[in-house]
Write a new protein. Structure first.
Length: 296
């Protein structure tokens, strides 16, 4: 019987990595991780963007179904008043008006909206946690004091007498935005600028108004009350305030999907775009302003 001393040399040598070999293996693993982790992160964000696109698509279709049931008139949204926890309160907000067509509050929330706010401790101010804001542009760079958007906003006391925008008034439905992304966390980061927003007096979070008239802030002209500005690709971004949410070229649109945002149009189709594509130059190319739903 052969002993270990009689085995060939290649059986008696211990196989082991040298320190250099271990360092090389570790370096290769680190390089692969550095390459793959961003790819995984992009894939994860792409999945969130897809889920968000599905959400806003469902919201848009719910608004379209609402118009079919209400004489081809878009819903009117009230602000300031209304308790979301009551049927009457829900009926004041566009979210509550379309809720019967959805029956799922999760649809109002984008997976990339990282804000974890839940409203007040007793839940009375929780509202609907929404990541999407409606197009209620009131005036543009060319026209002031005129409803140019799709979902009109009005004080709650005026809700019954405020006529909604009609489907026929939207001349370019496939090129006119109905809803866009506006994340709770972004609004909260600059809530001091807006006098309603993050869970104020029972208003659902992000039930904001897009008003391009607020672009006048950059020319030191007093803006119309309230609201949040839409995008403008030609906006000046040289001031420190332009770095705040709502002040830059993207306006009050959240662009968390690798610089893109999801939008739903008046005809019901959804699309991912860079915010500035929706209004590249409000002064010189008003025909390209997708927030002006009644443009020729």
């Amino acid at each position: 019987m052969k002993t270990s001393s009689n085995l060939p040399n290649y059986f008696r040598h211990r196989v082991a990595f040298t320190l250099i070999e271990l360092l090389v293996v570790i370096a290769i693993i680190a390089i692969l991780a550095a390459i793959l982790f961003p790819v995984f992160a992009q894939a994860r964000e792409k999945a969130r963007q897809t889920s968000c696109l599905s959400n806003i698509k469902q919201l848009g279709l719910s608004v379209v179904m609402y118009t079919q049931d209400y004489d081809e008139t878009f819903p009117v949204h009230a602000y300031w008043e209304g308790n979301w926890n009551t049927a009457e309160g829900k009926s004041a907000y566009w979210q509550g008006r379309v809720l019967p067509y959805i029956k799922n509050l999760d649809v109002f929330r984008c997976p990339s909206d990282a804000d974890a706010s839940k409203g007040t401790a007793d839940g009375s101010d929780a509202g609907a946690r929404v990541s999407y804001a409606f197009n209620s542009v009131f005036g543009t760079d060319q026209v002031q004091g005129e409803m140019r958007g799709i979902i009109m906003a009005t004080p709650a006391w005026n809700l019954g007498s405020a006529p909604g925008q009609t489907v026929s008034a939207v001349r370019r439905p496939a090129e006119s935005i109905m809803l866009g992304e506006q994340h709770t966390g972004d609004v909260a980061s600059n809530v001091s600028r807006w006098w309603w927003g993050e869970s104020s007096n029972s208003t659902p979070v992000n039930s904001m108004i897009f008003q391009t008239l607020l672009d006048a802030q950059f020319e030191n002209v007093p803006p119309l009350f309230g609201g949040m500005p839409g995008p403008n690709g030609a906006r000046d971004e040289t001031t420190p305030d332009s770095k705040k949410f709502g002040w830059g070229k993207n306006g009050a649109i959240s662009a968390k999907h690798s610089g893109f945002s999801n939008f739903i149009f008046a005809d019901g189709h959804a699309k991912a775009m860079k915010p500035i594509q929706t209004n590249p130059d409000g002064v010189n190319r008003p025909d390209l302003n997708m927030w002006d739903a009644v443009r020729q």
